[in-house]
Design a protein around this ligand. Structure first.
Ligand code: NAP
Length: 262
């Protein structure tokens, strides 16, 4: 199947580690021009950029901070100056809050309202800001693919703080509205909802936990970042002819890991 991605310009946000890094590499293997963003780890981003180029793509590293809307605009403008505009947006960057995935031990009423605002602002309004920054160019070229990275937590919930799951569920509404709004201009918008994914950024998970979680999935295995990346590449490519406004659940999404977050 031809993904029609050679020389397409792809912006993958939050691409230093995990699903974003794997996605950037996967687009690189398709010969795409991949702009990848970092927030605090430029060196990691450069290593992923090297991988993209070694795989046959081209790479550009830019900074983007979901908590600083000007950097979202600047990142899109930098890509446009360099390559003439973004064809494919993968809105993957995440503000976890704290040190990583949400802590299920935190009680709802102990999450300050400022933290709610910060999480919704970064992870939902931040996704809308990424879309706003690239949409005019896609409309002008009458072709675009947008993939918003949500989480199974959006549907399944998670004991503990709600802001992460609430922000991620908001991406569903964003995708549905945008699918109608932009579809006539050849732009397809979808959500990928990964479940518990084994990534290079996640602290080691005991084998017994992996086995238990894997046993709760249809395929009896947890996804790795590469599995999610392949799905994102399909949705973000010309191989996706007319699928839009959908939420695609990764195989791991059936495995519930409330004690580990994600
Ligand atoms: N891993 C899972 O099991 C899982 C499950 C469901 C959904 N997801 C979703 O999948 C996506 C990727 O998850 P992951 O586990 O692969 O993430 P990750 O490895 O923790 O990487 C997060 C990325 O986001 C960047 N980032 C952090 N804070 C940011 C901010 N404020 N502004 C902009 N960028 C920021 C980081 O850049 P720096 O390194 O430069 O700081 C990094 O590139 C997220 O949207 C997440 O919600 C993940």
């Amino acid at each position: 199947m031809d993904t029609e991605l050679r020389d397409r310009v792809v912006l993958v946000t939050g691409a230093t580690t995990g699903i974003g890094a794997a996605t950037a590499r996967a687009f690189g293997r398709e010969g795409a021009r991949v702009a990848l963003t970092y927030r605090g780890n430029p060196d990691l981003a450069r290593k992923v950029a090297d991988d993209v180029e070694a795989a046959g793509g081209q790479a550009l590293v830019v900074r983007l901070d979901l908590e600083d809307p000007a950097t979202v605009e600047e990142a899109a403008a930098t890509v446009a100056r360099h390559w003439g505009g973004v064809d494919v947006l993968v809105a993957n960057a995440v503000r976890w809050g704290g040190d990583g995935p949400p802590d299920p031990g935190v009680r709802f009423e102990d999450v300050p309202i400022e933290e709610w605002r910060a999480m919704i602002d970064a992870n939902l309004v931040g996704a809308a800001a990424q879309v706003r920054a690239v949409l005019p160019g896609m409309r002008a070229r009458r072709w675009g693919r947008i993939v918003l990275i949500s989480s199974s937590v959006a549907e399944e919930g998670l004991p503990g703080p709600g802001p992460y799951g609430t922000a991620k569920s908001g991406l569903y509404g964003l995708a549905r509205a945008l699918a109608w709004e932009a579809g006539r201009d050849g732009i397809l918008v979808n959500v990928v909802a990964p479940g518990f994914t084994l990534t290079d950024s996640r602290p080691p998970v005991p084998a017994a936990v992996v086995d238990a979680l894997a046993g709760a999935t249809p395929t009896r295995r947890l996804s790795g970042a590469d599995d999610v990346a392949k799905l994102v590449v399909f949705l973000g490519s010309g191989a996706n002819g007319n699928l839009t406004g959908e939420v695609v659940r990764d195989g791991s999404a059936a495995a519930r890991a409330p004690h580990l977050g994600g």
